[in-house]
Ligand binder design. Structure first.
Ligand SMILES: [Zn+2]
Length: 98
């Protein structure tokens, strides 16, 4: 990872995230504002020394074969998620729920 640390783009992004956190924004909101994946935001939030919301571990799949989206809280079939590791449904990832 040392090759990526300190790149101007990363620094600028981290600064923006820091500012948005101070402004009281939720990680999911920041992800939408900056058009980044929630996991990317979580990575920088952790790097900034904040406790990041865990977006890496999706909710477990229920007996009905559906999973709860961490963002909108709705239970959706697996096809509604971008991939099996994504904790937020496609609608939330694309920012279409608001
Ligand atoms: Zn959702």
């Amino acid at each position: 990872m040392s090759g990526t640390v300190g790149r101007p783009v990363e620094k600028a992004l981290r600064k923006r995230i820091s500012e948005l956190l101070k402004a009281g924004k939720e990680q999911a909101e920041i992800a939408r504002i900056l058009d980044k994946a929630p996991s990317t935001i979580a990575y920088h939030v952790r790097a900034l020394g904040h406790k990041a919301k865990e977006y890496e571990s999706p909710a477990s799949i229920g007996k009905d074969g559906k999973r709860r989206c961490v963002q909108c809280g709705k239970r959706k079939s697996l096809g509604a998620f971008p991939n099996e590791r994504n904790a937020a449904c496609s609608m939330c990832v694309r920012g279409l729920t608001k």
